[in-house]
Design a protein around this ligand. Structure first.
Ligand code: OOG
Ligand code: MG
Length: 262
């Protein structure tokens, strides 16, 4: 962030606007152009935005990656890997129900979740992260851009905590031998909406973990044991409509489910 461009006052103000948009489920215009926000500025706003949730009593429970697959990058027209923060307030039990009216224009996407065990060392190479991972699970992420028409620049989506809105995690299992080429399905109301492979997630979801911990580490974020990590969707996201039953199936890992109230 260039100090002359985005003052601390702006950071707090932009975070407040994004927070209000989320709480009121009302879209706002993009912010980055207005104030000259760059990537570092975006992460500063994200920290302040999530800080507002923590001030309301939510707890940080993990990290998420965004835009780790071509399908996702193409869908939103941004081609950089990004990371965001997860709080307990975003967590929905597996099989649980969300109120779609609480969101602006929610979309569901299939995810692979890791459960972190010990604190990985900064810069620890891929492969060794299997030691840092206690378990892996299929998951569903609900994303909900706070920007009108789900349109944003790279700094905008970073400031908006990478569109994070809610997530549900299926049953945890020990990490299988290969995670790099597992089939991924997203079903809506029993119909297949998206098909993909974990290979689409930076070649291997474990690479997303490595990349995410490295990137977040640059901003002083160190994961704790028990944190969850979402590796980023392997497929494009699908609009969530009232009454939808969503299932994400990951080969060898099983199924996560979520319902939208009618
Ligand atoms: C940004 C968030 C992307 C993923 O899994 O790629 C994301 C967006 O698409 O709005 O969560
Ligand atoms: Mg996602």
């Amino acid at each position: 962030m260039t100090v002359e461009q985005v003052s601390p006052v702006d950071v707090a103000e932009l975070a407040a606007r994004l927070d209000t948009a989320a709480v009121d489920a009302t879209a706002i215009g993009q912010l980055a152009d207005e104030v000259g926000l760059d990537v570092d500025g975006g992460y500063a706003v994200q920290a302040a935005l999530v800080g507002r949730r923590l001030a309301r009593g939510e707890r940080l429970v993990g990290l998420k990656m965004g835009l780790t697959s071509r399908a996702k990058m193409a869908q939103v027209g941004v081609d950089e890997v990004i990371w965001g923060r997860l709080t307990d307030g975003m967590r929905v039990p597996d099989g649980g129900t969300v109120d779609p009216a609480a969101f602006i224009h929610p979309r569901a996407e299939p995810e692979v979740a890791f459960l972190l065990d010990r604190l990985p060392e900064p810069g620890e190479p891929v492969g060794d992260f299997t030691d840092a991972v206690r378990a892996v699970a299929p998951a569903i992420e609900l994303i909900d851009s706070r920007y009108a028409n789900f349109r944003f620049s790279l700094p905008d989506v970073i400031a908006d905590n990478t569109s994070a809105a809610a997530f549900a995690i299926g049953p945890w299992s020990p990490v299988p031998d290969g995670l790099d080429n597992l089939g991924v399905l997203l079903e809506i109301d029993g119909r297949i909406a998206q098909v993909g492979s974990t290979a689409a997630i930076l070649g291997d979801p474990r690479r997303a973990l490595d990349e995410g911990l490295r990137l977040a580490g640059r901003y002083g974020v160190r994961p704790a044991g028990g944190w969850v990590f979402l590796a980023g969707a392997a497929t494009a996201a699908v609009p969530l409509r009232p009454g939808n039953h969503v299932r994400a199936v990951v080969e060898k890992l099983g199924t996560a489910t979520l319902k939208a109230a009618a």
